[in-house]
Design a protein. Structure first.
Length: 235
């Protein structure tokens, strides 16, 4: 397999506070890669830096072989890499349909066809296409946010805590849809509060601790590692 995302010795942070301290990470084409670790380890900061919302202080980020460290977020989206944040991820005052149109702004051709594909994946969005996004349930808003990312037919999606705050049944729906999206050939980097489920779902996982990747391996191997279970999975 060829790498869709390569991160080498990445350093980034906010103000005087350096959070990422030499992260190295690789995502092969079509993989689901989970990133787990304690609060404050830098997981969300890593996604924001890759997405262009933070400028790296050092190191390299390459997407499909092209350096993207410091590139503008809209340019990165146009290359086929989309970021779905945990919060503020839809336009609450606009309809579901309008949100999907905005999601496809970098690739206007065949937008209606892509919107149909999104509503086939998430039928509730088709049923509520004229409803204001702000009136959707938490799970429906998360589906819409992921649907907006799919509107540009990305090669890779960065998902930050997609199941946060959702009831167990809705969490299961979100995880099932992540599998479906990946089965269509879309790579996924997953930061998720439910570390056990993310390791069950992924092809490979990384353990991020104090801004560095301290362990890496297939999801089942990390799940079975006694030390990782004790430190990061609650025993």
């Amino acid at each position: 397999m060829s790498a869709v995302l390569e991160i080498d010795d990445l350093r980034a942070g906010y103000g005087d506070h350096e959070i990422l301290r030499g992260v190295r990470l690789r995502v092969e084409a079509g993989e689901i890669v989970a990133i787990i670790g304690p609060n404050g380890a830098g997981k969300s900061t890593l996604l924001r830096t890759v997405a262009g919302l933070l400028v790296p202080r050092a190191g390299e980020v390459r997407f499909q072989g092209r350096p993207i460290g410091g590139a503008a977020p809209d340019a990165i989206i146009g290359m086929g890499l989309c970021y779905v944040p945990q919060e503020a991820n839809v336009f609450a005052s606009l309809s579901v349909e309008e949100n999907l149109v905005i999601g496809g702004f970098t690739a206007p051709a065949h937008r209606a066809e892509r919107a149909r594909a999104v509503t086939e994946l998430f039928p509730v969005l088709g049923a509520r296409r004229r409803q204001r996004a702000g009136s959707l349930s938490g799970g429906e808003r998360q589906m819409l946010a992921i649907g907006m990312a799919l509107m540009v037919e990305p090669a890779l999606i960065l998902l930050d805590e997609p199941s946060a705050g959702l009831a167990p049944a809705l969490q299961r729906t979100i995880f099932d849809r992540i599998r479906d999206i990946n089965a269509r050939g879309v790579g996924i980097v997953l930061v998720e509060q439910n570390a056990r489920e993310s390791l069950r779902l992924c092809h490979r996982g990384y353990v991020l601790v104090m801004g560095q990747a301290r362990a890496e391996g297939p999801g089942p191997a990390l799940l079975d590692d006694p030390e990782i279970r004790r430190l990061y999975l609650g025993g």
